[in-house]
Ligand binder design. Structure first.
Ligand code: GCU
Length: 338
């Protein structure tokens, strides 16, 4: 397995010079390593903070034998590249958004639909149910050497624009809406009345600034930490989707851990997930306040108009047996279900 041992430098366009060595990792024998983790968020984002604390915990509990080195701000490339790096083992871990995994296995669509999760609590409940997500999370082992360890919420996603409030899909007519790179997301933009432009997260600020796109959709925390409100100051509270990020790890690395170290690693990840939810709730409130103080306008809209526009995606995109099983398993845990 090829492993990253030293980052020789990051050049423009995030091309990295990696010095890799080939060493074998025997299952259950590894009692120490540096786990490099690719992230596309800033250091003030809840995901960075919770992951950083996970690294501290791991280091403390293993007397420094294991550690996590986070590369934020797409330093190791956008999520599509990070996925590839984890798959080939040159980077051990990454946070990637649901749509990225949908590109490797369509069954992940079941957890990417606008109607899958009611809210963060429901989402976290589903992610904790091995019988619902267990198979899916291990489905990339054979094909891509990737295991999904679990998820971080992306909270509710809403629409924001450079040109004015969006109170119904009509307001997006003829406008270019940036979406994450996946078939479902392209269809979502069209269902919302817009013309879809897939684009990596890190390119979006300049995309909005230069007019390559007119609008985007994300949560309050990304809107604030990426400072998108500076170039797209119209936030419309559509709450059209509860998004999901995944923590992925190279399966050879995961399997190499001694059972004792694996238990510490898992415990730290559990603590990180709990901290993430707490930070998420607190930061969501302050993020929008900050954006408003800096000139953003918030428009409260009738969310049901957007929900109705997106509803047909469920039947269109749920086609495989596994998708239906996962989706129905998730919905059965909703308080809204009888
Ligand atoms: C959120 C999410 C990221 C994702 C981004 C996007 O910020 O947490 O993982 O990349 O949305 O819209 O691309």
């Amino acid at each position: 397995m090829r492993r990253l041992t030293r980052l020789a430098g990051a050049a423009a366009g995030s091309a990295l010079l990696l010095t890799a060595c080939s060493g074998t990792l025997e299952p259950g024998q590894n009692d120490g390593d540096v786990l490099h983790l690719a992230l596309n968020q800033t250091e003030s984002h809840p995901s960075y903070i919770a992951l950083d604390h996970w690294g501290d915990y791991l280091e403390e509990q293993t007397d420094g034998r294991w550690s996590i080195e986070i590369y934020p701000n797409e330093t190791l490339g956008a999520q599509a590249e990070a996925l590839q790096l984890v798959s080939d083992g040159s980077v051990e871990m990454a946070i990637v958004s649901g749509p990225q995994l949908e590109n490797l296995n369509k069954d992940f669509i079941a957890l990417n639909l606008p109607t899958t999760f009611d809210d963060i609590d429901h989402q976290m409940l589903v992610l904790g149910k091995e019988e619902v997500v267990g198979e899916l999370f291990n489905s990339l082992r054979e094909t891509n050497n990737i295991v999904v360890l679990g998820g971080f919420t992306q909270g509710n996603r809403s629409v924001y624009t450079t040109f004015g409030p969006v109170e119904s899909p009509d307001d997006l007519h003829g406008k270019k809406l940036r979406v994450q790179e996946s078939e479902l997301n392209l269809a979502m933009a069209e269902a919302l009345g817009a013309s879809a432009t897939p684009m990596a997260y890190g390119e979006l600020y300049s995309g909005l600034q230069s007019g390559v796109v007119d609008a985007a959709e994300n949560n309050e925390i990304s809107y604030a930490t990426q400072r998108h409100y500076e170039v797209a100051p119209y936030w419309s509270q559509t709450n059209h989707l509860v998004g999901l990020d995944y923590l992925i790890i190279n399966s050879t690395m995961l399997d190499s851990m001694t059972p004792e170290d694996r238990a510490i690693f898992d415990k730290g990840w559990e603590l990180a997930r709990a901290e993430h939810v707490e930070l998420w709730v607190a930061d969501t409130e302050t993020a929008l306040q900050q954006a408003v103080e800096d000139g953003a306008t918030v428009t409260i809209v009738d969310e049901t108009i957007f929900d109705e526009a997106l509803e047909p995606l469920v039947d269109r995109f749920l086609t495989t047996e596994t998708q239906l099983k996962v989706y129905e398993g998730a919905r059965a845990l909703s308080e809204k279900e009888e």
